[in-house]
Write a protein of this length. Structure first.
Length: 192
């Protein structure tokens, strides 16, 4: 991955994908974990969003590593790089738990035999594979959904905290030595 594009470092540009996609994926993951109606309606779009967030992390890490070799090594830069390398550890498993929630919900909502191919021709109107058939493994599905929901909430929280920590350390690495100095007002400018 190139480090610069037209003389500009790519990392500050690419990192905005992570800054937007990971928190959006966290919010979506929390919604599908805690709200069954959202899981049924928005599960697949949240899964795609979480996958995009997971893909954006190594791209941002790659551009950051390229930029890191172009800058003087400081403790703040080292801390930022170390935190950035850890984000995929949270977003990757978050993707897996969201996938699990979506698949278990699909499995739970499907009539018995609907997800399996029909081996002996069409079923009767009240038999397996019809709307009147009992749900597949309802207790197992409820337990699976509960476990996946708890894991999703924990991973979403950890990913959100990690993104904030990375952003803070990156800002300190880039701007830590810069001090804000109020600028004098131009003559005739209104007072606050």
């Amino acid at each position: 991955m190139p480090t610069f594009l037209s003389g500009l470092p790519l990392h500050p540009l690419v990192v905005h994908a992570v800054v937007v996609l990971v928190p959006a994926a966290v919010l979506g993951a929390l919604a599908v974990a805690l709200w069954p109606a959202a899981r049924r309606r928005w599960g697949w779009p949240v899964l795609v969003l979480t996958a995009l967030a997971a893909v954006s992390v190594p791209i941002a890490t790659s551009t950051g590593e390229g930029l890191e070799h172009q800058l003087p090594r400081t403790a703040a830069l080292a801390a930022h790089a170390e935190l950035g390398d850890q984000l995929l550890v949270f977003v990757g498993p978050l993707l897996v738990t969201v996938l699990g929630l979506v698949l278990v919900e699909r499995w739970r909502r499907a009539p018995a035999g609907a997800l399996a191919p029909a081996a002996h021709g069409p079923a009767r109107a009240d038999g397996p594979g019809t709307a009147r058939a009992p749900r597949v493994g309802a207790p197992a599905a409820r337990v699976s959904l509960a476990v996946l929901a708890v894991l999703t909430v924990l991973l979403a929280g950890a990913a959100a905290v990690q993104v904030v920590r990375i952003g803070d350390s990156g800002a300190r690495a880039a701007w830590g030595s810069v001090q804000y100095a109020p600028q004098p007002r131009p003559a005739g400018a209104p007072q606050d």
